[in-house]
Design a protein around this ligand. Structure first.
Ligand code: PEP
Ligand code: MG
Length: 842
């Protein structure tokens, strides 16, 4: 080796080592060296050198060995660019042979030396010669006969004596590790973690610090300053006397805590000076490497050696707490702390989660529609869910799919699962709005609604009353009651949100339908409400009946009477929303769904309705038939209903204006935003605008009070996007409803696509589920066209997106780039969207 060969270089303060060329471990060891920490002598092999070795071009191994002096004992560890990509297992004690065994026996005792030798022979046999580990399974582990047995087994399989030459051993280890990196399994594993196909591997060759000996304390372990599970500051780790490498972590009952601990012995008690030194080194590493690190160390005769430092592993909530504390301690600036956290990690702090270390008895997997986890007893109808709630029992509502009739059941349940549906299906949208764990499109689990059973692929049956757990974060359904971690929006969570606000340069509003949603939205710092789906207000008990009466009214006058009963309810709803939002914008969407959604779907329900309306069943059935459509999502809904049954929009406009007056009396002036859904033609907007203006004039006249409002259009049909230029002059804002827009652009039912979506994604037809991840190419082009044409016609046009994509980082990036004013998402996604937006601006 030439002293200045960058591909095989001793790790010194000045050596040309970079993560990109030698891997993260080599770079970290260089940093530790620069901190003057006692790192054993190390040589780093670059990606290029390791590639050469894998391809049969072995460098001069004697040169690699030279810096380590005579008869060294070495270890070789992998050094990939990102430590998360893994790598082949480290091999320890290379150089062990009969001569070093004899010398070591003097130093550390024959038994310990023999144990080391034996372990090396076996690990060499398994990792380098690829012998079957089972061969060594039943052989003795200690004593001279153990070593003899290992040699015998080695010879029997390889027909060679165990190599005694250190250079031969090292060359074989390097070759085997270099080749292991190229194996198919290793490649697939790291690619699943985001590694590029051509990711390189570096290797570090390090002098062993033994961890075994007769004088003073000897052993090895790991230490870190914050808990990987909670992220809270606490010295954690394990230490094992007379051990090497990561043995302390392998469950040996003699391993101990680092810091003094009531639960058992600790290094702090055993070797207080070494412990204090280690804690000091760890603090220095945290401060100078600007990260919570895990330090691997060995103690030899009471002296501490630092072998390695890796970024401490962390749960999502620990990631938030660690980043915030690093910033609060002045180790990193706030903007860097914000960028250290995956926005989705905030989910863990807002919802309960299945303990990641718990065993999972998986019975079904579907689309993770709404994050969080809950356990409860299975029930199969909304009525049963309500009954369970009234008994104080946690229950999980299982439906083929949900509809308006299930809303009360969803409120009563702790989680919801459906057989059908996708990311924007009814259950998914409502689940996210309520913060209710939800898994939809559970294809592997059979829903037998008649006998009220779930049948798992393995044949197990789960009946009403059986306990299951829904993991909405991962899209899993588990048998039994899994241990859960509580949600905790602690000071670190709040700090993250507050700091994110300082960097966020796009508005983040919430989709909030009820006062409870609005409270959540405020709590999470939403800038306003971007979408209030008013129809959800009609599902509450007491209102559904009035709503149904309105639907059944034959004549406009009868309909007006029912609407008059709905008016005060809506007025109260809107007043509440305005008051909760304290002057922040509230965008109310006029009634959108097809009317028949409000009618019962089965005979029993129709009979009950006939009873409550005092009308013959045949009447009710006939009306329901009249209202039913072949394609309701493309039928009489949205603005089409507003134009053909205008009394509904009139009532809603009046309720909004009267609530505006009432809430403005509190002192904060309210300027409501009214949004027309499912527009496809300019004339629709003109017609609705004329009527809404007339209602406003009437309310002003009647009350003698003035108010302003803003009327806008929801762009959910491709035509509305294409014709935005002629729509914009009549609209103060355009809000893109990407759920329907995706549905209509692809011609893909948002409620049925879940059935085949995974096949489509697996086969690469779509890169992702377009209802989940905004399709930048197709739907995105419509967004761009709509935004450009709209703004060209009206430069002050406010633009936003309010479909379920609104909270995703990549759609926020898209909207920011396209000059949108805000995104709107479910209240529980506001913090995630806020952090994602802040990261885009840092
Ligand atoms: C949409 O279509 O994107 C939307 C927000 O409206 P909804 O989901 O209520 O149809
Ligand atoms: Mg829509």
């Amino acid at each position: 080796m030439q002293q200045d060969d960058p591909d095989i270089t001793p790790v010194t303060e000045t050596a040309p080592i970079a993560t990109r060329t030698h891997g993260g471990r080599a770079k970290c060891l260089q940093r530790l060296t620069r901190l003057s920490l006692p790192v054993p002598r190390t040589t780093a092999l670059s990606f290029r050198a390791v590639k050469d070795i894998a391809e049969g071009r072995m460098p001069d191994v004697a040169c690699i060995l030279a810096p380590f002096g005579d008869d060294p004992l070495l270890c070789v560890r992998p050094s990939s660019e990102d430590p998360d990509w893994g790598g082949p297992s480290a091999v320890l004690n290379i150089g062990m042979n009969d001569a070093t065994h004899a010398a070591l026996s003097e130093r550390i005792g024959t038994e310990a030396a023999t144990r080391l030798y034996n372990r090396f022979v076996r690990s060499y046999a398994i990792h380098v010669e690829r012998l079957d580990p089972d061969m060594f399974e039943d052989l003795p582990v200690t004593g001279p006969e153990a070593l003899a047995e290992s040699f015998r087994a080695y010879h029997e399989e390889t027909e060679q004596d165990f190599p005694q030459d250190a250079a031969t051993q090292l060359a074989a280890v390097l070759r085997s590790m270099a080749r292991a990196w190229r194996g198919t399994t290793a490649r697939l594993l790291r690619q699943a973690k985001g590694a590029p196909a051509d990711a390189g591997l570096g290797l570090v060759v390090q002098e062993m610090a033994l961890g075994l000996g007769k004088t003073g304390e000897c052993g090895s372990g790991v230490i870190q300053l914050a808990s990987s599970g909670t992220g809270l500051p606490r010295i954690t780790g394990r230490y094992l006397s007379q051990s090497q490498g990561r043995e302390a972590l392998q469950g040996d009952s003699r391993s101990m805590f680092l810091a003094r601990d009531a639960r058992g012995p600790s290094l702090e008690d055993l070797a207080p000076e070494a412990f204090a030194t280690l804690a000091e080194y760890s603090r220095l590493m945290r401060y100078r490497l600007r990260e919570e690190m895990q330090c691997e160390f060995t103690i030899e005769n009471g002296n501490v050696h630092v072998l390695d430092g890796v970024r401490a592993s962390r749960s999502a909530r620990a990631a938030v707490r660690m980043a915030v504390r690093l910033a609060e301690d002045g180790v990193i600036p706030r903007d860097e702390a914000l960028c250290r956290v995956d926005p989705r990690a905030l989910n863990e702090m807002m919802h309960r989660q299945v303990d990641p270390s718990a065993k999972r008895d998986l019975i079904g997997t579907g689309i993770a529609a709404s994050p969080g986890a809950a356990s409860g007893r299975l029930c199969f109808s909304a009525a049963d869910a309500q009954a369970a709630q009234s008994r104080g029992e946690a229950c999980i509502l299982a439906r083929r799919e949900t509809g308006p009739e299930d809303i009360r059941g969803m409120h009563a349940a702790v989680a919801v699962i459906t057989e059908r549906g996708g990311a924007t299906s009814h259950a998914a949208v409502i689940g996210r709005g309520l913060g209710l764990p939800c898994v939809v499109g559970l294809t592997g689990l059979q829903f037998d609604m008649k006998t009220e059973r779930l049948i798992a692929r393995d044949g197990r049956n789960f009946r009403a009353g059986d306990m299951i757990t829904v993991d909405g974060t991962h899209g899993d359904v588990l048998a039994g009651e899994a241990p859960l971690h509580e949600a905790s929006q602690d000071a670190a969570f709040q700090a993250m949100l507050t700091w994110a606000e300082d960097y966020c340069d796009i508005g983040i509003r919430a989709n909030a339908d009820t006062p409870a949603d609005a409270e959540t939205a405020r709590k999470f710092g939403a800038d306003g409400i971007g979408l209030c789906r008013t129809e959800h207000m009609f599902f509450e008990s007491g209102r559904l009946t009035v709503m149904r009466e309105m639907i059944f009214a034959d004549a406009p006058d009868d309909r007006r009477t029912s609407l008059e009963r709905l008016l005060p309810m809506q007025r109260a709803d809107f007043t509440d929303l305005f008051r909760i939002m304290q002057g922040r914008p509230v965008c109310i969407r006029l009634f959108d769904p097809p009317l028949h959604e409000f009618l019962p779907s089965d005979r029993e329900g129709l009979r009950e309705l006939a009873e409550s309306l005092s009308r013959p069943l045949s009447d009710v059935t006939r009306r329901a038939e009249q209202l039913s459509e072949y394609n309701p999502m493309l039928g009489m809904r949205g603005v089409r209903l507003g134009i053909t049954v205008p009394e509904i929009y009139d009532m809603q406009a009046r309720a909004i204006f009267e609530a505006t007056i009432a809430a403005s009396e509190d002192g904060v002036p309210v300027v409501p935003e009214i949004m027309i859904p499912l527009v496809s033609a300019r004339r629709e907007v003109e017609l609705v605008k004329t009527r809404v203006d007339a209602v406003a004039a009437a309310v002003r006249n009647e009350t003698g009070k003035d108010f302003s409002f803003r009327l806008g259009v929801m762009v959910e049909t491709p035509r509305a996007a294409l014709r935005a230029g002629e729509i914009a002059p009549h609209a103060a804002f355009l809000s893109f409803g990407t759920n329907d827009l995706t549905q209509m652009t692809y011609g893909l039912s948002r409620d049925d696509a879940g059935k085949f979506m995974s096949t489509y994604v697996k086969q690469g037809v779509y890169p992702e589920d377009p209802f989940h991840t905004l399709d930048h190419e197709g739907v995105g082009e419509l967004l761009t066209i709509g935004a450009e044409r709209g703004r060209a016609a009206r430069p002050d046009l406010v633009l936003s997106i309010c479909g379920e994509h609104g909270g995703n980082a990549e759609s926020i990036a898209f909207c920011r780039a396209a000059g949108f004013d805000y995104v709107s998402c479910s209240p529980f996604r506001v913090p995630i969207a806020r952090l994602a937006a802040a990261q885009l601006n840092i």
